[in-house]
Design a protein around this ligand. Structure first.
Ligand code: C5P
Length: 223
């Protein structure tokens, strides 16, 4: 599992032109692009389709957290968008999580589309958190049928040791040595994240803000 970790570029930019620029520049070095709140608010399905038409996959990071019915409907929409994976907050509660899992299965079956991976956010990496708190949330999410969780690389190995089933770990807050942490509190280097058993490394600013983003991406991939 360790050597299969994949890099996801967080397309945290304020307009479609910039988003398309980064996809053009970084595909195929980067094959999964994360569309989050900012970009989806501006670009919606257009940017999702753009990434997919290029040959890459989309991680839709809208962190759903609402009443079960609303989340289930949003999940159905995410299936229709053919995203590879999407996020929802585990703290949204069991009823919400189970409604999401059910909606994903039903929509994929009815539409004959691949079921996206449901990834539960434990505690945001911009917050301080004890590994135990992250573990409790991860267990809850997986128990409700999620495919994986988002946590920092600092907890990933701990979760792998404590949870015996197979599940996906997505880790943001990746920072090359000496890079600025920004608002992230639970950061790790690429090597630390891979060693910790993470499957997907989400990287935003260290690539987006680099003088040469392609070179920065290649250096990170090399690590
Ligand atoms: O710029 P940076 O590398 O910090 O970007 C990390 C990305 O991962 C951001 O888009 C952020 O929304 C996302 N993320 C996070 N913590 C989570 C889930 C997602 O930082 N728990």
């Amino acid at each position: 599992m360790k050597d299969k970790a994949k890099i996801i570029l967080a397309l945290d930019v304020g307009n479609l032109k910039k988003a398309k620029y980064f996809v053009h520049k970084l595909y195929p070095e980067i094959k999964i692009f994360k569309v989050g709140l900012q970009l989806f608010s501006i670009g919606g399905p257009e940017i999702v389709k753009f990434v997919q038409n290029k040959g890459a996959e989309v991680f839709l990071d809208l962190k759903f957290f609402d009443i079960p019915n609303t989340v289930a409907n949003a999940v159905t929409a995410a299936v229709q968008l053919k995203v590879k994976m999407f996020t929802l907050h585990i703290s949204g509660g069991e009823e919400m999580l189970k409604a999401a899992v059910k909606a994903a299965k039903e929509a994929s079956r009815c539409l004959k589309l691949k079921k996206p991976l449901l990834i539960g956010v434990t505690v945001l990496t911009s917050k301080k958190a004890s590994p135990q708190a992250v573990l409790e949330l991860a267990k809850k999410g997986l128990h409700c049928g999620l495919d994986g969780v988002v946590c920092s690389a600092r907890e990933a190995a701990f979760l792998r040791g404590k949870i015996k089933k197979n599940f996906i770990i997505v880790t943001p807050g990746i920072r090359p040595k000496d890079a600025k942490a920004g608002d992230q509190k639970r950061t790790a280097t690429v090597a630390e994240a891979i060693q910790s058993g993470s499957n997907f490394l989400v990287i935003g600013r260290p690539i987006l803000e680099a003088a040469d983003p392609l070179r920065a991406a290649k250096e990170i991939i090399k690590q």
